[in-house]
Design a protein around this ligand. Structure first.
Ligand code: ZN
Length: 173
């Protein structure tokens, strides 16, 4: 018997915080580092939100009883307080229609969330500039900003990080 290390052992689960550090250090392209780092064995269930990972994707299907337990990428981002998208809403229209806009954003996010478990709003905060919405997924931030413009007109600006894993959308009216 040789004493060679067993190279077929599964990769260890990343330490808490290690993913955020890897994301910050990542300057290249490729897939979302959170999703890549969180690719669990199958089937897996997120102990936080109970999303299920099967067939290479997260869904709201019910997990089998013996499913592996692993935080999904959205819950990891929430734990690390590390959004993938920011939507900043500015201008006089917001001051007059704040409740309507908040409701619009929430219902838009809810629709997407039912089909895409990783697309969630992390927070909504009043800032000096207006209202800031943070999301666990860059597509959701972009979709919210685009929906605001489609519905209410105004000006929309999108800025992506070089690897496109982070989007900052600013909508003003
Ligand atoms: Zn989760």
């Amino acid at each position: 018997m040789s004493m060679k290390p067993n190279r077929s052992a599964p990769a260890p689960t990343p330490r808490p915080g290690a993913v955020a550090a890897a994301v910050r250090a990542d300057s290249g392209g490729g897939s979302d580092p959170y999703e890549a780092a969180a690719r669990p064995p199958e089937p897996a269930e997120c102990p936080q939100c109970h999303a299920t990972f099967t067939g290479g994707r997260w869904s709201w299907d019910e997990a089998p009883e013996d499913a592996y337990q692993q935080l999904c990428p959205a819950c990891q981002r929430i734990r690390d307080r590390f959004p993938a998208g920011y939507v900043t809403i500015k201008g006089a229209f917001l001051k007059e229609h704040r409740d309507e806009i908040v409701h619009f954003i929430e219902s838009h996010a809810k629709l997407g969330h039912e089909r895409r478990p990783l697309q969630r709003i992390m927070g909504m905060e009043d800032t000096r500039d207006g209202l800031e919405v943070t999301t666990t997924d860059s597509f959701l931030a972009r979709a919210i900003a685009q929906a605001l413009q489609d519905t209410y007109k105004g000006d929309l600006k999108l800025r992506y990080s070089p690897d496109e894993h982070l989007v900052r959308a600013t909508w003003k009216r």
